[in-house]
Design a protein around this ligand. Sequence first.
Ligand SMILES: [Zn+2]
Length: 445
Amino acid sequence: MAIEIMAVGGYSEVGRNMTAIKVDDEVIICDMGVHLENYISLTEDEDLVNIHPDELIAHNACPNIELLGEWKEKVKAIIPTHAHLDHIGAIPFLARSFECPIICTPFTAALLNSLITDAKIPFKNKIKVLNVNSSIKISNSLTMEFVSITHSTPQTVVAVLHTPYGKIVYANDFKLDNYPVLGTKPNLARLEEIGNEGDVVCLVMDSLYAHEARKMPSESVARAMLKDVLLGTYCEGKAVICTTFSSHIARLKSMVDYGKRMGRKVIFLGRSLHKYIAAAESVGLVKFSEQAEIVKYSSKVKSRLNKMMREGIDKYLIICTGHQGEPQAGLYKMAHGMFDFKRGDHVVFSSSVIPSPTNQRNRHVIEEKLTSLGVRIFKDIHVSGHAAREDHRDMIEMLKPKHIVPSHSEPDRMAALADLAYDLGYHERFIHLLKNGSILKFNGA
Ligand SMILES: [Zn+2]
């Protein structure tokens, strides 16, 4: 047995996820993300711009690839599992340090291409597309299989690395949603089959909500919450403004659908929404351009808002960025002069507050401002895209891994997943709480 796993990023914080798996003399990298808050503190915006990787690493905005040492020369593929920036955002900066392709699903590839183009960063790695529920041979001894899973952005996969010594399963991020609003269901049959094959050496698993003893509700529940707040409140003559994650295409779809049911024209404002929608349309996931208007350039937003106000604001459902209260985003700018909010206008936060001091402060500021303007606030119209404890239990019971590595969080959440593994009868020598820089070796498995 010659498998080693190195925790490179995302094992001591939420963000800049990266894991390296070494099998004999070959290395596969799963995810290469940014730490968004640290990145924004450096650039004042989440757009990727051409910054030297050393500076990003020094600010803990990117994974520290120097930890790889001599593994660096052995990397055969970089596998981003989905399109969130904390999983793909460092690829434009760091991938050129490796002589290998990027392998990802079509939506992730489309978004990655758009990030690279926007950032104007020279990029040499080949981007290979692999569909969900498909496999690709990486070398004579390694094959990568993408098993369809659900999350809060389309075409997320569980990456299953087939090695001569068994399988390494990387489930980071995921939830088990049998009633998704968009895209394919989790391929539970294949996960069970993999478990029954009995050779899963290790499961690396998203532990963000391992401390919550419940099953994470389906995205269809968030859709029902949106329906309730959009179709079930009195908003005649009032502005209705929704904000959510630009990458959450399923949530945007629900907004488009209910905007039409309200008899309002749906209008997306801002570059970030345009970027993710364009990626989703380019791979045939949605056709929002036919159903809604998308104002791409921020310089055009103010004049478009003025036109809406002249025509009658209750003819529109506005979808904008800024659900965390970010000062550079659409909602903040609207609340600070770009839009003439009237008493009784509606703002729907289809998100939760990402718990960091900056976000909590920003959200407090925007909510205070909106309240002072007499705006009705509907918040937490949301369910998370991350598994909770009962989903983790299902995943472990389906896959029957020999070893478990909690990931994607701070130590307390990872410890909560370890507790679950103890409950399921795992001995502590098969549960591994890693930190950035730790290397786990499997001896004889
Ligand atoms: Zn994610």
